[in-house]
Design a protein around this ligand. Structure first.
Ligand SMILES: NC(=O)c1ccc[n+]([C@@H]2O[C@H](COP(=O)([O-])OP(=O)(O)OC[C@H]3O[C@@H](n4cnc5c(N)ncnc54)[C@H](O)[C@@H]3O)[C@@H](O)[C@H]2O)c1
Ligand SMILES: [Zn+2]
Ligand SMILES: [Zn+2]
Length: 360
C-alpha cells in the first residue's frame, strides 16, 4: 500500500520550503523504501530551491541521509530489511562505458528509483535522486550502502554527500600524498572535509581560505595548519608566501564561484592540481589566459562526490570514525527537525553552522 509521509518540498524557485504530506509507492523491482533517521542540510539543497541546478520543481529536498531499510522490491540482494544504511547518489550500473573500463566510481548511468513519489498527484523530483528530508523515501536499492550500525545516524548520514565529497576531493580526485601542500577555498562542511581528507592523507601544509573568521577557526580543528581570511586579501600572494613563493601542490575549490576558482588556479605550484568541488550555477563563466593554462602544466579536475565508490568508501570511513581516526561528530553543528530546514538554510547562508542535521 502506498504510504503518506511528511516531507520538505521546494515548490517554486527561491520560495521558502514547506512541509507537505507526500505519497510513496511500495518498492518495485530493485527498489527500497528507507525509514530516514537523519539527513544533513547541504548547500546543494539550497542550490535546488534557488533553481540553480534545474527547474524541475517541485523538489523533494534532502540527500545526506542514513536510515533503516523498511521494505524491498523484487530481486534486491545487496541489502536486507532492517539494515542500517547510508543513502548514496552513485548506485553504479556496472555496464556503462565507464564501468566497463573498470571505473565504476565514475559511472555514467547511475540508478535511481524508477517509480515516482508524488505530492497531490504531481511527480516530485528528489534532490540527487534521494529526497530524504522525509520520514521515508523511495530509492534504488543500489543507493543503500550498508554500514556498521554502531555509528550515530546523524554522523553517518553526512558521509552520503558533503563529507564524502570533501574527503574524496582531497584523497581521490586530488590524490593528496605525504608532505604535499594543499589549499582549500571555502570552509563549509565540504571544504572542512577536504581539509580532514588532506590531513588523513599526510599533507604537511594545509591552508584554509574563507571570508569568515569563525569558519577559519573551525577549519583548524579539522587539520588546517594555516588560515587566510580572503576579505581584502591578495589570496594568491598569501598562499605563495606560505609556500616559499611556489604555491600549493593541490588547490581545492569548495565554494563554486569563478573568483575562487581563479584564485585556486593561480595559487598552485607549477604542475599542481586544481580540484573543483564547489557547484557553480549555469550562468557562471571564467576567462583565463590560455598560455597560463598551458604554461603552468598540471591538471584541472572536477570532483563529483569525491570520486567515491560508496560500497568501498562508506564502510571504510565509518570504520575510521568508530576507531576515533576521523572526527565526524565535529561536522554536526546542531540537530533539528523537518520544520527547521528553511531556518537552517538561513543559518548556512549566515555562516553560523557547518552542518544542521535533521533527526527523525
Ligand atoms: N562536487 C560535489 O560532489 C559536491 C557535493 C556536495 C556539495 N558540493 C558543493 O560544495 C560547495 C560547498 O558546500 P557546503 O555545504 O560546504 O557549503 P557552505 O555554504 O557550508 O560553505 C561554503 C563556504 O564558502 C565560504 N565562502 C563563500 N564565498 C567565499 C569566497 N569568495 N572566498 C572564500 N570562501 C568563501 C563561506 O563562508 C562558507 O564557509 C557548494 O557549492 C555545494 O553545492 C559539491
Ligand atoms: Zn556505470
Ligand atoms: Zn550535498
Amino acid at each position: 500500500m502506498p504510504q503518506q509521509v511528511r516531507a520538505v518540498v521546494a515548490k517554486a524557485k527561491g520560495e521558502p520550503v514547506s512541509i507537505e504530506t507526500i505519497e510513496i509507492p511500495d518498492p518495485g523491482p530493485g527498489e527500497a523504501v528507507v525509514k530516514i533517521q537523519a539527513c544533513g542540510v547541504c548547500h546543494t539543497d539550497l542550490h535546488y530551491r534557488e533553481g540553480a541546478i534545474n527547474d524541475e520543481f517541485p523538489f523533494l529536498l534532502g540527500h545526506e541521509a542514513s536510515g533503516i531499510v523498511e521494505s524491498l522490491g523484487e530481486g534486491v540482494t545487496n541489502v536486507e530489511v532492517g539494515d542500517f544504511v547510508i543513502l548514496n547518489w552513485r548506485a553504479v550500473c556496472g555496464d556503462c562505458r565507464s564501468c566497463n573500463r573498470g571505473n565504476p566510481h565514475l559511472c555514467f548511468n547511475t540508478h535511481n528509483a524508477t517509480q515516482k513519489m508524488t505530492l497531490d498527484g504531481q511527480e516530485l523530483s528528489p534532490a540527487l535522486g534521494i529526497g530524504a528530508f522525509a520520514e521515508k523515501t523511495l530509492v534504488h536499492s543500489g543507493q543503500c550502502t550498508k554500514v556498521n550500525p554502531a555509528a550515530k545516524p546523524e554522523v553517518a548520514g553526512l558521509i552520503g554527500c558533503g563529507v564524502m565529497a570533501g574527503l574524496g576531493a582531497a584523497m581521490n580526485t586530488g590524490e593528496v600524498g605525504h608532505g604535499d601542500s594543499v589549499a582549500v577555498f571555502g570552509c563549509g562542511g565540504v571544504g572542512d572535509a577536504a581539509i580532514a581528507g588532506a590531513h588523513l592523507a599526510g599533507a604537511s601544509t594545509i591552508i584554509a581560505v574563507d571570508l569568515d573568521d569563525k569558519k577559519l577557526e573551525w577549519a583548524k580543528e579539522f587539520g588546517a595548519t594555516h588560515t587566510i581570511n580572503a576579505a581584502g586579501t591578495d589570496v594568491v600572494k598569501a598562499i605563495q608566501d606560505l609556500t616559499d613563493g611556489n604555491g600549493v601542490d593541490v588547490a581545492i575549490e569548495a565554494v563554486g564561484l569563478p573568483q575562487t576558482y581563479e584564485q585556486a588556479f593561480y595559487a598552485r605550484d607549477l604542475a599542481g592540481t586544481v580540484v573543483l568541488v564547489g557547484v557553480p550555477n549555469p550562468e557562471m563563466k571564467i576567462e583565463l589566459p590560455l598560455i597560463d593554462v598551458f604554461g603552468r602544466g598540471g591538471s584541472l579536475k572536477s570532483s563529483w562526490y569525491g570520486d567515491c565508490l560508496p560500497s568501498r568508501d562508506f564502510p571504510m570511513l565509518i570504520d575510521l570514525y568508530l576507531q576515533g581516526r576521523l572526527d565526524l561528530e565535529r561536522f554536526v553543528s546542531e540537530t533539528i527537525t523537518l520544520e527547521d530546514v528553511e531556518e537552517a538554510f538561513h543559518k548556512m547562508e549566515a555562516g553560523e553552522v557547518l552542518r544542521s542535521v535533521v533527526v527523525l
